[in-house]
Structure formats: C-alpha cells, structure tokens
Design a protein around this ligand. Structure first.
Ligand SMILES: *[C@@H]1O[C@H](CO)[C@@H](O)[C@H](O)[C@H]1NC(C)=O
Ligand SMILES: *[C@@H]1O[C@H](CO)[C@@H](O)[C@H](O)[C@H]1NC(C)=O
Length: 511
C-alpha cells in the first residue's frame, strides 16, 4: 500500500520539477533572444541563451571556447555575443578602449575573477574606485625604481640557480626547467613581499607547496568560473568536507596556512621593531595612511597570495618559452650570445635590466617570448559602468561585460604575420619601419587593470635570459613546440595533452 501511495507522489514531483525547469529555460530563451538589450548583436542563437554554450565549450569540451569564439568572429565579424550578457570583440585597434585607462570607470566581471578565490585581493576587486585605492597603495613597489632595487636579489638567485643546474647536469629524462624557473620567480617575489625567501631554487625538484596550490587552482578554474556561488566559500568548509568534495583543494589550504604564518610573523616583527620590516609590501599594507579595514589579515593574505601567485607561473612560462626557442633553433642563441658579448665581454659581472633592454636583439627576444606566452588566455571582461561604448555601427550599453582575447590579439596575422613563428626580427623590422608593435603585444593586458608586476617580470626576464644565454649550454630533452602551445584554456594556457613544461639536459658552463 505504502509504496503504491508513495511512488506516484514522487513521480509527480519529478515531473513537476522537470516541467518547471523546461518552462524556465523556455522563458530564458525567449527573453535572451527577443527582449535582451544585446539581442541585436551578431552570434549564434544558441550562444545567446544564458551561459550554456560557453559552459559546453569550456567545461564539457575542456577550455576550448576560445577557438569557437575565433570561429564565430570569422563568421559574424569583429563583435559577437558569446553568452546572454557578454560580448567579445576582436580588433587590435580597439583593445585599449575596452581595457581602458583611468579616463573611464571599468569594473571587472564577477564570474571571471571569482574563480581566483581571493575576494579581498586587488586582483579580484570588481569595483573601479576600490580597485584604484588598493592599487595606489601597492603600485610604487612595482615601479621601475623599486624593481631596480630588487635587481641584486634577482641576480643572486639566478647565479644560485645556474650553479645548481650545472651541478645537476640533467638526468636522462631531463630537468623540468619550468619548475626551476617557477622556483626562481617564487624566491624573488617572496623576497619582495615578505623580505625573505624560502631558497626554493635549492629545493629538491624545485618543489614548494605554493606551486601545487597554484597548479590546483588553475586546474579547477574550468569549474570555479561557472559555480553559481562564491568559489571562495569552498575555503570555509571544514577540511573533512572539503577533502571529500574537492580532494585536490588540500594544497591550496596548506599554502594559505603557510602564508598566514608569514604575514603574522611579519606583523609581529614590525610591532616589535616599531618600524617597517624589509618586506616592502607588507609594510606598505600596514601603513598608517591605509584605512584599518584594508589591513585585515584575510585581506593581506589574499593580497599576498595573488601577488605571489601571479608572479610565479607567468614569469616561469615566459622564461620557458624564451629558452625553448633559443634552444630549438640555436642560431637565435648564438646571435643573442654574440650581441651580449658585443655589449661587454665580462659575462660574470651582473647585468642590469636597463642595460640589457638597450641591446636591440635582446629586447626583441624578450618581446617575442612574451608575445608567445600570452599569460591569461581566459576571457577577463571589462565593464564600462557609466558610458555606452561605440564600436563600428554598434552601441554597447553601459554595464555590458566586454572582452578581447590576449591570445587572438598576440596572434593576429595582420599585425604579426606568420604569428606562430618565433621571429625576434619582426620587432627589429618594425622599429626600422617606425611601427609601434609594443602597442599590440597585450600579454600584460592594458589600462588601469594591466599587470601590476610588469616591470618586475621584465627585469626577471632580461637578467635570467642574458645569464643563461651567455653562460650555459644545454639541450632540450623530450620537449617539442607542442609542450608549450596553447591547446586548452584554464586561465593560463595548457597544451592539448599534459602539462606546460620545458625539460632540458646536458647542462654545462659555456666555453
Ligand atoms: C575540469 O578540470 C578538472 C581538473 O583538471 C578535471 O579533472 C575535469 O575533468 C575537468 N572537467 C571537465 C568536464 O573536463
Ligand atoms: C614541471 O613544472 C611545472 C611548473 O611548476 C609543472 O606545472 C609541471 O607539472 C611539471 N611537469 C612535470 C612533468 O613534472
């Protein structure tokens, strides 16, 4: 009796829920396609409904919406509607309008940055004005002068890394040079933030817990970008629950605890000494002029973790891309070595970034490596909050998230012919022709939200590449262009299969 009474009720409920869902979906379709303010923008009908189309390509088909968007631009022109609320533009001349300077208020879009899981960081700050305030506190520490002061540390870390690599020589399956570069970048940025580093360039396998945390957060960005709640809430769950639903999150929590200890030590040291510790950034954030609410430990932790996180993988990847191409076609390496030697014969004296930047071929190698590194390849839209944007015949309503793709701009064949080729000479040719190519190399993005660590990244790239090129010989081991190409996107780019990494062997001091 009981089961025959219970079954129909259950069935009815299920049927009702399904009907309601279908009804909602139908209403959403009608609204998004026929009534939405963006209804006149070109693009496939399917893409215009909610975020389903985007979800299909980025989650089910693992980070591949970028190429579908490229296809859509080929079919529908330079502006397409990629989900119900968002537009995508491909137009190198219009990039700096979307990624605007301080002349216009630009917010970030919640869904694209919530997946970072650091809600109190400058990087994840949605609101334009709050972002300007936070950025103003940390900007001076990443200006040219501050970075120049850090150059001795960069040089010292590069020296230690080079000696270590020569000692290791290269196991048969090669050394993960990307991991080595991540350790180097990690030491430099940790030193800058906390006033001390963890000597990760000397660690076994260049391993440090924070790197695992970054790997993990990148790995699950395919999902966190689409969660209907704030992904940072995951961190509040008890460990046992979290272990059960996202076991891979453990390194993220371990890293956070480690950072918490470092921030607290820095604060205590400061209080004891009554003055700023050597960690310039911690002391900046604890500055009297900064409002108390902005100095909360959770905020400092979010700030530290994003600054450190953003400084590690991106730098390591650009260094890996540069090294890959110099070793893959050693004529580039020989040319760079000769250019450095022409500049000065003493390769053991430390270089300064300014001195290296003045060597045309050196600069061309760095720009070309950065171009092919792309950095963030997922869409990070900007929202013009108060003004409508005019683009061709279109009027984009205020509040619309609009993005352009770093990957598509850096590979635009009208600006960079034969874009997938590593061709440092294109920068030298452009200079002779008076073309300002830098404008179209958008790996650091542009405008008020452009990469905070740009000067630091340049200094690390110049100094490391010069040191490696002038003093080390090595060969690629089991690494082809496929290992560093973007085959799917998860915030950063990943090859179609496996991890992004360059492996090397037969390392020795160059004669
Ligand atoms: C999303 O990323 C995770 C972690 O790498 C992976 O296990 C999962 O298969 C991906 N999801 C889909 C649907 O591809
Ligand atoms: C090499 O190092 C990178 C960067 O730390 C890491 O993501 C990757 O998984 C490593 N590759 C291998 C094969 O261990």
């Amino acid at each position: 009796m009981e089961s025959s009474g219970g079954r129909p009720l259950l069935q009815q409920t299920v049927v009702l829920v399904v009907i309601l869902f279908v009804l909602c979906l139908a209403l959403q379709c009608l609204y998004d396609i026929f009534l939405h303010p963006l209804r006149k923008f070109p693009g496939p009908r399917l893409a215009a409904v909610g975020r389903w189309y985007e979800f299909y390509f980025d989650v089910v088909r693992d980070g591949s919406y970028l190429w579908e968007i490229e296809r859509m631009h080929g079919m529908y022109g330079p502006v397409v509607r990629i989900n119900s609320r968002c537009l995508h533009i491909h137009d190198p001349q219009y990039y700096a309008t979307v990624y605007a300077g301080s002349n216009r208020k630009t917010n970030k879009e919640w869904a694209s940055v919530a997946g970072y899981t650091f809600p109190h960081s400058t990087l994840q700050t949605i609101d334009h004005d709050l972002h300007r305030k936070r950025r103003a506190v940390i900007n001076p520490y990443f200006g040219k002068r501050a970075v120049t002061a850090l150059e001795p540390t960069i040089n010292e870390r590069v020296e230690v890394l080079c000696s270590r690599l020569v000692e290791l020589k290269g196991k048969p399956d090669g050394i993960n040079l990307t991991a080595a570069f991540a350790a180097l970048a990690g030491d430099v940025i940790n030193f800058h933030f906390y006033g001390s580093h963890l000597d990760t360039v000397s660690a076994e396998d260049f391993h440090f817990p924070y790197r695992e945390a970054i790997d993990e957060l990148l790995n699950i960005y395919n999902i966190t970008r689409f969660l209907p709640f704030d992904p940072a809430l995951l961190k509040r769950l008890p460990n046992s629950v979290l272990d059960w639903i996202v076991p891979s999150f453990a390194p993220v929590l371990t890293a956070r605890n480690e950072q918490r200890m470092r921030v607290q030590t820095a604060i205590e040291q400061m209080e004891r000494a009554g003055k700023a510790s050597r960690g310039v950034i911690v002391s900046a954030l604890l500055d009297d002029k900064v409002p108390a609410a902005e100095k909360d430990v959770e905020r400092l932790l979010d700030e530290g973790e994003t600054i450190i996180g953003a400084g590690i993988d991106t730098t390591a990847r650009a260094l890996s891309v540069a090294t890959f191409h110099l070793l893959n076609d050693k004529s580039h390496l020989r040319r760079l070595r000769a250019a450095l030697k022409d500049q000065r014969n003493d390769r053991d004296k430390a270089w300064s970034a300014a001195e290296l930047e003045a060597i045309p071929f050196m600069r061309a190698v760095v720009q070309e490596a950065l171009r092919l590194t792309y950095s963030i390849v997922s869409r990070i839209p900007r929202i013009a909050t108060e003004e409508a944007l005019a683009y061709n015949e279109y009027n984009i309503p205020p509040g619309t998230p609009v993005s352009q793709s770093t990957y598509l701009i850096n590979n635009d064949p009208t600006i960079f012919p034969n874009p997938h080729m590593f061709d440092p000479d294109r920068w030298l040719r452009a200079e002779q022709e008076g073309v300002h190519l830098d404008k179209y190399m958008v790996s650091f993005s542009k405008g008020t939200r452009a990469c905070l660590g740009m000067n630091l990244a340049y200094a690390a790239l110049y100094i490391t590449i010069a040191k490696f090129a002038s003093s080390l010989d090595m060969d690629l081991v089991g690494t082809t262009a496929e290992n560093i190409q973007v085959g799917r996107t998860r915030l950063l780019g990943f090859p179609k299969a496996g991890k992004f990494a360059v492996h090397v062997g037969r390392i020795q001091v160059a004669v």
